[in-house]
Design a protein around this ligand. Sequence first.
Ligand code: FAD
Length: 295
Amino acid sequence: MTVIEKIKTSQHPLISVEFFPPKTDAAQAAFEKGAAELAKIHPDFVSVTCGAGGSAAGPTLTVSRQLHSGGYDIVMPHCTCVGMSRADLAKSSDELVTHGFKSIMALRGDPPRGGEAFKPDPDGFRYAAELVAFLRDRHPQLCLGVAGYPEKHPEAPTFEEDIRHLKEKVDAGADFITTQLFLDNSAYFQFVNRCRAAGISIPIVPGLLPVISLEQIRRMQTFCDFHVPAKLLNSLEAAQNDPVAMERIGLHWAIEQISELVERGVPGIHLYLLNRAKTAFYPELFACLSRIRGQ
Ligand code: FAD
């Protein structure tokens, strides 16, 4: 089954989790343990990033295969244009399809951390819309996800322009959108309104980071733009010498976000757990996710 088929047929909003390929042996061991534990919350699908922080497509395939053989039915590898020519993208997408992956998240990607602006491969693509069109043509049966930005992509001069380019990805054949993380639900609701007004009608899955510390927020803000509501920031700052209290504040914030989003009819909740399965087992968050799945 593909992600879009699952979205369309599910009786409840989907729960999905993003993993990234571990870079060290210790991280690999922690990842394997976390992935096995996380299977207990039965995510409807999982995704695996590509290239974030400079890793290549190979580790994405390896980790996607591990997750699939570890019992995750629907695994969605990410595919980016970074350092990839059309021939490379043809080869790597063929490989994903050969290994049985039916859904791919199609992205432009970011240069490795510390790098400058994104530079396309001389025989590659400048924008994700071009990759979507290429994949749609080469593998018409694939389900394709694309990225959306409730607080605008940082390089886009205006919201209108960013939404226009998002529409180009949809017109090129994207099946659904997953959003960048946001900590203020009003950003998501306004974004959905803008998309609908621009004629984008595919499902828009909110991406959420259950925050565990101020330090984590600061680290995440070095590679993606998002606003931290004053109420959350003040509470975290007041608790910054108490890691347990900070985690409780962040996770309760996530539970409130999830509850409101589900109440207002979102197609799913995509969790950026950063390979940290423990977060999902925080009792109130676990109960909230179980409720969504009707368990
Ligand atoms: P695009 O849709 O191409 O947009 C990039 C910028 O170009 C935007 O500002 C857009 O408005 C602009 N633009 C688009 N088309 C045009 C045009 N024709 N003319 C002028 N401007 C245009 N990064 C990774 O490296 N690996 C990952 O695995 C990864 N996974 C992600 C998953 C999700 C759900 C999200 C939200 C992001 C992810 N990212 C990942 C980050 C993403 O690669 C970056 O945000 C990147 O900067 C943009 O990628 P995109 O696919 O949105 O690009």
